[in-house]
Design a protein around this ligand. Structure first.
Ligand code: AMP
Ligand code: FE
Ligand code: ZN
Length: 292
């Protein structure tokens, strides 16, 4: 099952988080590819110039979105928000808090690395050396450059992954709070890539039930990881996500999770949604902003 009449790509990143191009370049690329609607969904941050829940720019409808790291059943999930009021103070506060959790965790990892290796790394220098969000992959690259390890896999295995010598968990905002804060900003919510959650399939189904009970609006159904079979993740494919959408009356959403040219994840417009889905999302957003 798929969406043949693709009208919108509702999941992508820019240099505001871990993408390789700016929001403006994204819009140019969408325009060139003939994609009428995109949503900018950076990790825990809004695009710098958005002032409205959606913007028509250079021939493209741009939805103000976000992808928020959240906690459910002690597991990391991500919740997408669409048609957000980018001036909503509670939303901005929550995103700032999520980014602070990341900063705190990274600072602690750097301290640990300085203890367990011969390095004397500076968190400030490290974070200044990357665009957007500093993450463990950047730290892994640094460890390779510094000659501490030979590969990203070794960097994670020895130091950065759970059980590694410098590992520090990152705090996460409870999922119900993420959903209600997005609603408070007039936004529509969707559970990002349910087949990309590090837990078993039954737990993901329980997660969807729990999230639906707190008002989740949608579930990402079309995304590029749909066919990946990996025992670390729940076994949820397109059909399963679609069944969950029907069971809990959720809007099936979709997008490419494109990280931009030269990211290894350049797939703008390869996956997305139809005009029918876009209009359901718009209608839901209208219901919320009308009630605020
Ligand atoms: P962070 O957001 O800083 O926690 O980093 C998460 C990213 O690190 C993930 O998106 C993966 O790309 C990468 N990652 C996580 N675990 C591993 C691993 N065991 N080996 C290689 N890369 C990993
Ligand atoms: Fe994600
Ligand atoms: Zn994403």
């Amino acid at each position: 099952m798929g969406e043949t009449n693709l009208a919108g790509d509702l999941h992508m990143h820019t240099t505001a988080s871990d993408g390789t191009v700016s929001a403006d370049r994204r819009i140019e690329l969408a325009n060139e590819a003939g994609i009428e609607t995109i949503a900018l969904t950076d990790h825990d941050i809004l695009s710098e110039w958005v002032t409205e829940p959606s913007t028509h720019k250079d021939g493209v409808d741009v939805i103000t979105g976000v992808e928020v790291r959240a906690n459910l059943f002690d597991t990391k999930i991500e919740i997408l928000g669409y048609y957000l009021d980018p001036t909503d103070p509670e939303l901005l506060n929550m995103l700032e808090r999520a980014r602070r959790f990341r900063r705190d965790r990274n600072e602690q990892i750097v301290k640990n690395l300085n203890k367990v290796t011969d390095l004397s790394l500076s968190y400030k220098e490290l974070s200044a050396s990357v665009d957007g969000n500093l993450g463990r992959p950047h730290i892994a690259d640094y460890l390779i450059e510094a000659g501490v390890v030979d590969s990203v896999g070794e960097a994670f295995g020895e130091y950065l992954a759970e059980g590694g010598a410098a590992y520090v968990p990152m705090e996460r905002i409870p999922a119900a709070e993420v959903v209600s804060t997005i609603h408070g900003a007039g936004g529509v919510t969707s559970l990002a890539h349910p087949g990309r959650i590090r837990t078993d399939t039954e737990t993901v189904k329980r997660m969807v039930e729990e999230l639906a009970a707190v008002g989740l609006d949608g579930i990402e159904t079309w995304y590029p990881y749909g066919q990946i079979r990996d025992s670390e993740y729940a076994d949820i494919g397109v059909d399963d996500a679609h069944d969950l959408a029907e069971q809990y009356d959720l809007i099936p959403t979709g997008g490419s999770d494109c990280h931009g040219p030269d990211s290894g994840k350049f797939r703008l417009g390869e996956v997305g949604v139809s005009e029918e889905i876009l209009s359901r999302l718009r209608k839901r957003a209208d219901d919320y902003s009308g009630s605020n």
